[in-house]
Design a protein around this ligand. Structure first.
Ligand SMILES: NC(=O)c1ccc[n+]([C@@H]2O[C@H](COP(=O)([O-])OP(=O)(O)OC[C@H]3O[C@@H](n4cnc5c(N)ncnc54)[C@H](OP(=O)(O)O)[C@@H]3O)[C@@H](O)[C@H]2O)c1
Length: 233
């Protein structure tokens, strides 16, 4: 028997709630929502998926009447805030907007049935499921943030420095795409550039330019240069 819910209510009409509701619907599930704050869950549902900010999960769970399975989509959060519901979590290791197909999905459940439901929902979207222990959650989520959120912060810093030369951000895009593809294939062996070549003179000239043009980026530049040196050591 399929572990997919008969009817799924998505709560939270932000980035993830809107994307998941649309994707689950496109996968053929019967979905209500995404519900906005204050909208009531329809009766008779067997699954409620909370796509609200992490700090709001406990309160949103309390607003759900007992009965359905209740899940969240947070990477950093255990199932504790969902108690006393029979609960699951399904964290798409993905940023939105993007497709869920092929993305990882960290799943957990308070019962076998809840875990099976998390797995079935993820697989309906073409995601690859895996489990993360509670004590590993913060580290798991920190890794995800470094891979995605901090990459955006880093590219924004590069864009700001480049802007001082009059060149536009579009010129960085092919470089970033190729670098990500090379890293995906080769890991740290994808490293190129002056530090990989042992050319500290050039790194020193780069550093002086950053100090002059964008001094607010100097700590970031130094931290990344040191991390890069560790890669080649
Ligand atoms: N965005 C991503 O790429 C991503 C990736 C993986 C996992 N997630 C997870 O997805 C969850 C939501 O993140 P998000 O990025 O979608 O945040 P978001 O864009 O800020 O959206 C959160 C939404 O939840 C609504 N909300 C807050 N409290 C509510 C409540 N009690 N009842 C109903 N709606 C409520 C907010 O409404 P108001 O505007 O009225 O406050 C907002 O529409 C988080 O657990 C996050 O960790 C996100």
């Amino acid at each position: 028997m399929s572990s997919l819910p008969r009817h799924c209510v998505v709560v939270g009409a932000g980035r993830m709630g809107s994307a998941l509701a649309a994707a689950l619907r496109a996968a053929g599930l019967d979905v209500s929502g995404p519900l906005r704050r204050g909208e009531r869950c329809p009766q008779g549902t067997d699954c409620v998926l909370l796509c609200v900010p992490d700090a709001e999960i406990g309160k949103a769970a309390q607003d759900v009447a007992p009965g359905p399975l209740v899940g969240h989509v947070s990477g950093a959060t255990t199932l504790a805030p969902l108690a006393p519901h029979e609960a699951f979590s399904l964290h798409p290791l993905m940023t939105v907007p993007a497709t869920f197909e092929e993305a990882g999905a960290a799943i957990a459940g308070t019962t076998d049935r809840a875990l099976d439901t998390a797995r079935a929902l993820a697989e309906a979207l073409g995601m690859r499921t895996f489990e993360v222990a509670d004590e590993d959650r913060a580290a798991y989520h920190a890794a995800a943030s470094m891979a995605a959120n901090y990459l955006v912060a880093l590219e924004d810093a590069a864009e700001r420095l480049l802007a001082t030369t009059g060149a536009s951000r579009e010129l960085l895009v092919p470089l970033v795409r190729a670098t990500v593809e090379n890293w995906a294939r080769d890991g740290a062996r994808a490293l190129t550039g002056p530090i990989a070549r042992g050319d500290e003179q050039t790194v020193e000239r780069q550093r002086a330019a950053v100090e002059e043009r964008a001094p607010e980026l100097l700590d970031l530049f130094d931290a990344l240069a040191n991390s890069t040196r560790e890669l080649v050591a």
